[in-house]
Design a protein. Structure first.
Lengths: 236, 236
């Protein structure tokens, strides 16, 4: 009996970098999949059914079985389809790879994203925190290496190197500085080396669309914050 | 040539449940190790050398190579020493296991720990958040199963079932309610099934010592918060 055809489905949102990193992983593995675009303002029953705990994209469905959270999804993809491995075979090297991917997510990207949801001093604090940790990430990149782990694209690259593009968008919208050209030359080269890989480049949403979407999103957030702030004021 | 003797070292603190979970993993694998007790008020050069990014225990040194963060350390232990596997072999089952271990850490334990560092309304918010997610964890435990994954002890058990003991200590010190006997019968049975495994029980620090240590720690935190609060007051 021939093996049953696999069904791979991705629930995503075009402007989400976490979804992008899963698309990158699937692309590098050569896996075809059905894509379901989610309306994040009105989440679909499909999303709520398959990610009832976090209710977030991306969700990968492999033969109907759901996987959530981008880092876990990428690990799963790498363990399930062995071609073009993204993680090292050695357990210690694999743990190091996971450490830096998590560091990039939790210490660099999370405060960047938080800055987008804040104003004034709180925003400054997030920007400062992101910059401090970006310098640590810079020091973890080895001079002259094309990708995070060497000459072959891997886990940390697809998990986090999109942050370069998103940082530029946040800088432009908030008028802040996240990536310091003088102090972070390796990071800047790394971002561009990853995004310029043809297979990855073709998955990238157009920068102009991302910018316009995020300008609108920021306006929406500021208006919502002002409405919230006005509640105690009118109440006094 | 006989294989070189492996050197396994653990930098820990006796009262840390994250260190306990690593000790549990090493115990279940039958790995002998050197233990270095850390003074968290005056961190050792050893800790700062091997965990410069987070400066936290536990740190596992395997032949001098450092691993940090308890979940990653347990994964590494499981992948390096194959006896008594803690994670399922199937990638999907393994991803599910990691999902629930992370959920327990990030959604149940993190707000519990935060409640210990807070007072008043902020503390109540953390307690409420922890309770809500504990109910989700309750619903993920299958009726009648001894451990999280079935009849064999595994990853989620050693990563998170110590929370039962720590929750009781937090409840006693803060006079709050985290574990609801009526609504969380499976969780309560699970906590006790794991901690009663003889090999694990013998690694547990005495509850009375944990309680006394945390009473002192809470007093220290409250005094520090009061000092901090008094700064703007005297400045006005």
């Amino acid at each position: 009996m021939a093996p049953e055809k696999e069904l791979v489905q991705l629930i995503g949102f075009w402007g989400s970098p976490y979804v992008l990193s899963v698309r990158w992983a699937l692309k590098l593995k050569g896996i075809e999949y059905e894509y379901h675009e989610e309306n994040l303002l009105k989440k679909s029953p499909l999303l709520l059914q398959y990610n009832p705990v976090y209710k977030k994209v991306p969700v990968l469905l492999h033969n109907g079985k759901p996987l959530v959270e981008s880092l876990m999804i990428i690990q799963y993809i790498d363990e399930t389809w062995k071609q073009n491995p993204l993680q090292p075979q050695d357990p210690y090297e694999r743990a190091k790879t996971l450490f830096w991917a998590k560091f990039a997510h939790e210490k660099c990207i999370a405060p960047m994203v938080s800055s987008f949801f804040k104003i004034g001093e709180e925003q400054e604090k997030c920007v400062k925190e992101a910059c401090e940790h970006l310098r640590t990430l810079e020091s973890a990149l080895e001079e002259g290496k094309r990708f995070f782990g060497g000459e072959t694209i891997g886990f940390v690259d697809i998990a986090a190197a999109w942050m370069g593009c998103w940082a530029r968008i946040i800088e432009e919208i908030l008028s802040v500085k996240l990536i310091d050209e003088e102090k972070m030359p390796r990071l800047i080269a790394w971002f561009s080396n990853v995004v310029e890989v043809p297979a990855l480049k073709e998955c990238m949403p157009p920068t102009q669309n991302l910018l316009e979407h995020n300008i609108k999103f920021r306006k929406f957030l500021v208006a919502a914050a002002e409405r919230l702030q006005s509640v105690p004021l009118t109440g006094n």
